[in-house]
Write a protein that binds this ligand. Structure first.
Ligand SMILES: Cc1cc2nc3c(=O)[nH]c(=O)nc-3n(C[C@H](O)[C@H](O)[C@H](O)COP(=O)(O)O)c2cc1C
Length: 143
């Protein structure tokens, strides 16, 4: 079969535009994918996209953002996963993360744990597509 005219799927086109590949990633895992684990994982794969543990937008707003966003050059490509459902707070958190050098900002809309659901974010956001849209739009408006 001739694949010469085959267009890449949209996700691949977006990856190319962003200079990032999602072909092989290590998922965000609370209590696992901290910076020490990511340095270890980087020894196993040079190109895998590494996700952080979820960091809430509230923690970045009210806590030690510099500490929470800490990572080393050797961890790239690296994506920060944010948790939250307040559009302005998430947008501010994403700006902080971009400034500290993350290659991608990911919004947690998939984690089903009780801890996450009680905070009104994670998988329960799948039931609120309009709110998720507002969270993403708020970030686009700020940048
Ligand atoms: C210990 C543990 C912690 C996790 N924490 C998160 C998290 O913080 N955010 C998230 O989106 N998913 C979290 N997940 C889900 C994983 O990111 C991943 O989606 C899940 O393990 C399924 O991956 P698989 O389809 O490759 O098996 C966690 C999973 C595990 C096992």
């Amino acid at each position: 079969m001739n694949n010469a005219n085959k267009q890449p799927p949209d996700s691949e086109a977006a990856d190319t535009a962003a200079g990032l590949s999602h072909r092989f990633c290590v998922a965000p895992m609370m209590d696992w994918t901290d910076r020490h684990d990511r340095v270890f994982l980087r020894q196993l794969s040079e190109h895998a996209l590494l996700y952080t543990e979820m960091v809430t937008s509230a923690a970045l707003k009210h806590g030690d953002a510099q500490y929470l966003l800490q990572h080393s050059e050797g961890e790239h490509p690296i994506a920060l996963q944010l948790g939250g459902s307040k559009p302005v707070e998430l947008a501010e958190a994403a700006v902080l993360a971009e400034r500290s050098g993350y290659d991608e900002i990911n919004l947690n809309v998939g984690c089903p744990s009780d801890r996450v659901q009680s905070g009104a974010f994670g998988a329960c956001l799948m039931a609120e597509p309009e709110l998720v849209g507002n969270c993403v739009k708020q970030h686009d408006d700020e940048c």
